[in-house]
Structure formats: structure tokens, C-alpha cells
Design a protein around this ligand. Sequence first.
Ligand code: XUL
Ligand code: CO
Length: 444
Amino acid sequence: MTEFFTDVPQPVAFAGAPDTGGLRYQVYDPNRVVAGTTMAEHLRIAVCYWHSFHWPGSDIFGAGTFDRPWLAAGLDPIEAAMAKQDAAFEFFAKLGTPFFCFHDVDMAPEGATLAESRRNLDVMVERAAGKMAETGVRLLWGTANLFSHPRYAAGAATNPDPQVFAHAAAQVRHMLEATHRLGGANYVLWGGREGYEPLLNPRLRREAAQLARFLPLVAEHKRRIGFTGTLLLEPKPQEPAKHQYDYDCSTVLGFLERYDLADEYRVNIEVNHATLSGHSFHHEVAFALDHGLFGSIDANRGDPQNGWDTDQFPNSVDEMSLAVYEILRGGGFTTGGFNFDTKLRRQSIDRSDLFHGHIGGIDTLARSLLVAAAMLDDGTIERARDARYAGWDDGLGRRILDGEVDLAALADEAVAGDLDPRPVSGRQEWLENQVNRIIWSTPN
Ligand code: XUL
Ligand code: CO
């Protein structure tokens, strides 16, 4: 196997390790214990196969800019897939991260028929199993690409043609089995084309009913094959479709509850998808945790000045700390983790740039974890939240929640003049200052 990342000849040194003159993390040390658990176990970091190894750096205005020799035209597809796999595992091992994620078509070339695509995937998955055993790198999640091929232009499960639904079923079945074979911790469904372009052609109820059929089929198959990982839906409001049905966490929860699927699925929240839906990432994480929906994270952020999915590496500790705080407060990940569904910028053409992007993002998460642990330890935020709702713990609040009073009885109590509610400060600025106090005082 020839080395690809020759400009990064040795593994990236973890924070605290002796300086070797190579690349190093400033904060991330997988074995450092924070709030009772190692950084590696808290963060469960994964590198994605697609943007990092299967994307040439093209955009809608221009060709690929990256040095990815296995993507050149005219190569034998399986040999090219093997070269890509070698480079990917070399990268994972040198970066020192525990997990990766992939779509079927990132790892194995699509054949002329479904049967040929399946054979290709089987070959590459068996080879990946060997690489995983060699390097110790594990699979955070697998997923089927149900959005790139022209057959999915009008959706996969929500396509007007049931034959496309069947085609999607075949791909998901095979990829779910491949994920199981590789010991994946989760399986993701992102419905990039499950939505519409103009509202003039879709039947909305019809498409919802189709999606509501597809999701239990996947859950049934998961049980049939004995896969114990978590099924995750990845919300996104738009792009590529004008409107996507899995708009945000709240929409997904409503859909799952409406079709009695809330026990089967959790969410994979992406930072950039949260902001595209008009929320903050903090909001989506807090909502999912509070509603038992939280699963995993795609850590890539958007650019505040434009309205599309730029998939940039996270670099704001101020923003990330708030979300990591909610995760920590909620008990942390179970099967999920932080996946880097991130893209380099098109001008980042050195092979080492892929390392710099991930190192910066991972250090941002590690530093956010330290801040979040300090916030939890400090307790100010939770004490303020508890005090805010103290009225519901007993007395009137308890009687309302326990259903002991009806509307008329409540009204009578209020009218009798015994109650005297007074405005209370929300203390927003004070709370924000508390967060900054902890961010600024937490040592590395
Ligand atoms: C697209 C996106 C996908 C999913 C997996 O915006 O985030 O890469 O994470 O299909
Ligand atoms: Co994603």
C-alpha cells in the first residue's frame, strides 16, 4: 500500500504528548478524563468518507480542485475504490479519530445494475472490515445515497413511481446489512430529495403516506437481521429540494408521533441544517434532548453570510459549548457521536489541509467539552432554571399538572383574588454573563 498523505508522515500528536515537530492537537487528548469519561468517549468523533475522499472539490461553477488521484477518469472502478479506501484509512489512523461514516456509493462504485452495485459494495465492505481490524477504527454510521442518481430526482420513498420506492428499498436493505456487518453504531436516513420543488406537482398526503410506509419497513428489517444500532433521521429544511419534509427536529417528531414511529427513530442533527431551518444549533440539540429524540451530530456549520449548506469545520467555542452543555446535561451520547460531515474550501488544495480542518474542528469540540463540563459543575444555569419553575413543584402548580382543577375552578381561584402573579426578570443578560464567565475562566 503506497502512502498518500506524505506531507503528514506521522500520526498527529495529542495534546500533552511530547512534541515531535509534526502536527498536533492543542486541546484534544482522547484519554483525558473530563466529567468522569474520556474525551474520546464523550465526543465519539467520526470522519466522513464522502466530502473528504469522494468529492473532488467541484462546485456548480467549476471543476474539482483537489488532489484525489482515485477520482480521475478512466481508472478501473474497483482499483480506484481500493486506492480511495487505503487513503481514507491512512487518514483516519494518522488523525487518531475512532470512527468513520460512509454512504454505499462513496465506498463502492455503482454498477450497471443493482446486482452489480451490491457485488461491488460487498467486495469493498469486506476489505473495509480488514482495514477496521488493522487500525481499530469503527463505524459510527452507514447510509444509502438516495439522492444523487437521476432516478431519485423526484424523491426516493416519496417518489411518484413505486418502482423507485422499491429501488430505494433495495439500496437501504443492502446498506443496512453492510452497516450491521461492520458493527456500525447507527444507521442514518437523510431525505435530501424527500420534498418538493414547485407545490404544483406533489400530493402532500400521498407522499407522507409513502414515507410513513418506508420507515417501518426499514425498522422491521433492522430487527430481522439483528442490527441493534440506532436508526437516525437527519433533518434539513431545504437544499437540494426547495422544501424537505424532515424540515427540523420538531417537524420530524410530529411525523414520527403521527405514524407511531417515535420509538424507532432518533435524529442526527447537523449544525448547518439547524441554521438553515431558522434555528440555532443549540435550539435543535436542546429540543431533541428534551423530547427523547436526540441521537447523533453532524458537526459542520454554515456561513452566517449566505443561505446554503457550506459544510464548514466548526470553529466557534462560544456556540459549540452551549450545545455540548445540553448534551452533557442530558447524559451524553449513547450510540451517537460527532461526525465531521465537513468540506474543505476549494482553495485548500494541500493534502495536509484535510488534517488542519479536522484538527481545528476537533480541538473546538474538545475545548467546548471542557467549558460544558465547567458549566455543569458550576451549576448556575441549572439552578436558575430550577428556580424559574419552582412554582410547579407543589401547591397550585402541582394541582394543575395533576389535573385536580378544571378551567372553571382555576378561574374561580384567580378571580377570588388569592393569586397575585408578579413579573419576574428573565435575567437574560445575567445568564449570558455567567456563560461568558465560565468560557473565559476555563483552563485548557
Ligand atoms: C447533506 C448531508 C448528508 C447526510 C448523509 O446535507 O448532510 O451528507 O449527512 O446523507
Ligand atoms: Co449530514
